[in-house]
Design a protein around this ligand. Structure first.
Ligand code: ADP
Ligand code: MG
Length: 499
């Protein structure tokens, strides 16, 4: 069952109507700010390389170092990537957006300000939809704006001092901001996973969380249902889905405990420490006014014409949602299964290859979202590294479909394919003697034998116990060494028992 849940409206939030599960009687409210590093070769306002992992300060040019007399020049590739995201999420692309200076002092920010879009961002509105279990959720976006990253302070290798590495200074970022629409940790993590899937799918971000290419700030507050919106704390720089889940769970518990103990939650920016599993306040929160934002006089407004948007649209790949809807339409898959199959371009490609090789789409989907997903997960490998090729899966699925082997036998063949014991489906079926019994005479003989020695089960079945019938089927399957066709066994047993 799929239910389309409309996001909470601002009025609902104000009215205080709870729209999610309660934790110890509290409603949880979460909004996300995500920094996606755009996959351009050069920086947002300079020609220095954005490649990760270079020697410190080897990829910072005069512009990134803020040397006097240098001027920023907009990187078209970064704008194009922002347009792509806006198109993918149904947002409005602003025909004219403005870069501002966000002023603050930090050693890794030599200009003394960060160039960011403030009042007029390039991407406005839109939404992200995803499954949470079998329920469809929608999280509304406020905006996505272009900005530059700062440098990095290095503390390791420096005793009593800090080093500054400006390689990251000027790296293009798209900050994607949601409405406070999420109502649980699970929903927040599912949102982040979906957004991660989209930015990598459309190729605007490499999605490498360890290297910091996709990092999330989770704004979390709790309140009594019916009460006014709680004060939020912002957990900074969550760079793994596991930490994200741990951090938000901890933060929710911590805030509830504060309120239960009669203290008020103070608005703050906090950091998650994976070693202790706790969040800790790093600073009280600045207000926008503290940053003295003003339009950057060095950069003209960013103008995006309709023709540019159309060119970008023409180059967009089919999006996961459209692809999933197509699978439902063309192959009769459930919306849930279709969403699973479109988890990544590679997984969708695998499914499509299996179907192209003749596999029944539903059977192929069941195997991919079941057995194959389980094994990939267990071995922590990607579908591209799966030892069973799509064509082999198609062969296997074909032999189930034409009645040659049972599902149980298919699992044995699959195991042999996966472990590399063999590569030919038919040869494996032959070698393992897994062909289903198609001779109904031989099957009847087995059934008669089973019935002759199971009077108790027969009596129980006649007395109306379904379990007893299943036991008889099990006996027959066992006696046939798993080669009988279960549907045929059912039918024959029923007719012999007069049921
Ligand atoms: P800032 O940029 O100063 O962090 P914003 O008003 O832009 O502030 O909000 C940032 C994020 O916090 C947004 O994702 C928003 O949805 C979320 N948010 C705002 N209020 C709350 C709240 N009471 N609880 C949880 N999240 C909130
Ligand atoms: Mg913020």
């Amino acid at each position: 069952m799929t239910t389309q849940q409309a996001p909470a409206t601002t009025e609902e939030l104000q009215a205080g109507r709870p729209t999610g599960p309660l934790v110890q009687g509290y409603e949880v409210i979460i909004g996300f700010e995500t920094h996606a590093q755009l996959s351009t070769a050069s920086k947002i306002f300079s020609r220095a390389s954005t490649a990760f992992g270079a020697e410190p300060n080897t990829q910072a040019c005069a512009v990134d170092l803020a040397l006097p007399g240098t001027l920023p020049v907009m990187n078209k590739g970064a704008v194009e990537r922002a347009i792509k995201l806006g198109l993918a999420l149904g947002s409005t692309i602003a025909p004219r957006s403005v870069f501002a200076r966000k002023n603050y002092f930090y050693p890794d920010l030599p200009k003394g300000y960060q160039i960011s879009q403030f009042e007029i961002p390039v991407v406005q509105g839109g939404s992200v939809s995803f499954f949470l279990g079998d329920e469809q959720k929608t999280v509304r976006l406020v905006r996505a704006h272009l900005e530059e990253d700062a440098g990095k302070s290095l503390h390791e290798d420096f005793v009593g001092q800090s080093g500054i590495d400006l390689n990251r200074a000027g790296t293009p970022l798209l900050e994607i901001v949601t409405e406070p629409d999420m109502r649980s940790t699970a929903e927040a993590v599912a949102y982040a996973r979906e957004l991660h899937k989209i930015v990598t799918w459309i190729g605007i971000c490499d999605g490498n969380m360890q290297e910091g290419s996709f990092r999330c700030d989770a704004n979390v507050s709790v309140r009594r249902p019916g009460g006014k919106l709680g004060t939020r704390r912002e957990i900074k720089n969550l760079n793994s889905f596991k930490f994200m889940q741990q951090a938000i769970d901890y933060e929710i518990r911590w805030q509830i405990e504060e309120l239960e103990d009669g203290r008020a939650v103070q608005q703050a920016t906090v950091l998650f420490d994976p070693d202790t599993g706790e969040t800790r306040a790093m600073r009280t929160k600045e207000d926008a006014a503290d940053y003295r934002y003003f339009p950057d006089p060095d950069l003209p407004p960013l103008a995006i014409g309709a023709d540019w948007i159309e060119r970008v649209r023409a180059g967009m790949p089919e999006l996961p949602r459209a692809m999933a809807e197509r699978y439902v339409r063309e192959h009769g898959l459930s919306a849930y299964d279709a969403a699973q199959l479109t988890h990544s371009p590679a997984l969708a490609g695998y499914f499509q290859a299996a179907v192209a090789a003749g596999a029944n789409a539903k059977l192929a989907s069941n195997w991919i979202t079941g057995e194959i997903a389980r094994r990939l997960n267990q071995q922590d490998i990607a579908i591209t590294a799966a030892p069973v090729a799509a064509a082999q899966l198609a062969g296997l699925v074909g032999r189930i479909g034409d009645g040659t082997i049972s599902n149980a036998a298919a699992r044995q063949v699959f195991e042999a394919l996966w472990s590399g014991e063999g590569s030919e489906v038919d040869a494996l079926i032959e070698a393992k003697g897994l062909k289903q019994m198609s001779d109904s005479g031989a099957l009847e003989q087995i059934i008669d034998q089973v019935l002759a020695t199971n009077e108790k089960n027969i009596a129980e079945y006649r007395a109306g116990k379904d379990k007893a019938f299943n036991a008889l089927v099990g006996q027959v399957m066992k006696a046939s060494q798993g080669k009988a066709n279960p549907a045929q066994v059912n039918a024959l047993l029923k007719s012999k028992l007069g049921g």
